[in-house]
Ligand binder design. Sequence first.
Ligand code: 0O2
Length: 243
Amino acid sequence: MEHTQIEMEKIKYWRTELVRFMMAYKFAVEELSTKISILQEEFQHIHDYNPIEHVKSRVKSPESILKKVQKKKLPLSLPMIQENIRDIAGIRINCSFVTDIYKVANMLTKQQDITLIETKDYIKNPKPNGYKSLHLIVKIPIFMSDRVENVYAEIQIRTIAMDFWASLEHKIYYKYNKAIPKELRDGLKEAAFTANELDEKMERIHNEVSELKEADQLNSHIEESITLPPEFIALLSEHEKHS
Ligand code: 0O2
């Protein structure tokens, strides 16, 4: 074979491998997104309430993967990338309340085909800058035509307030090229504190409303289930007249 033809064959081979490699992550995101949609719909149906407000997903771009390879000083090989960069497939779930975050995490990780690899709980242990979120690294099987790929994925679960904070911080972080001035850092810490207060307040109100709703439902259930015979009602009103 001519030299250039060998080179062409190599390029073709690597292109196919790379496309297959990226495809597995696309499928992982699709599989997880379907699982989350099922939970949303079923939970709404059973509990008349949806703990998931919003879901975003992405597959890391090849450029971002390469940046991470350099940052982590990894050799440029697909198996090494597969094993060491575990957030190529990423799902972000926004919940209304903090307790919902743990409910959703539990509903997902107890599914048979999801293996929980690592939990980073930045809600119980926030980052020094104020970042809060629950990160789960999971492994999920992807059934391809001739093989099963076990793919890592990162699931980030947070409240809307935590997400609002994180997206602003992310923008500022890149605007200042990762060196945020002190006044802004202090401002962000204060905002993280306020976001946390808001989360706590909203959850307290939600719980109070739920309790009222439950009491209402119980009362109407009791009213519906007890049918008093008319003689008994007459006896009661007679008794009331004389007392
Ligand atoms: P992007 O562009 O969002 O994907 P790792 O580098 O993942 O192997 P690390 O850094 O210990 O290991 O992972 P960690 O702490 O779980 O963070 C991973 C992701 O969480 C980040 O991805 C961010 O999306 C988010 N994150 C973590 N810390 C912060 C923070 O302080 N502020 C904000 N806004 N987001 C944060 P990437 O790959 O860094 O970026």
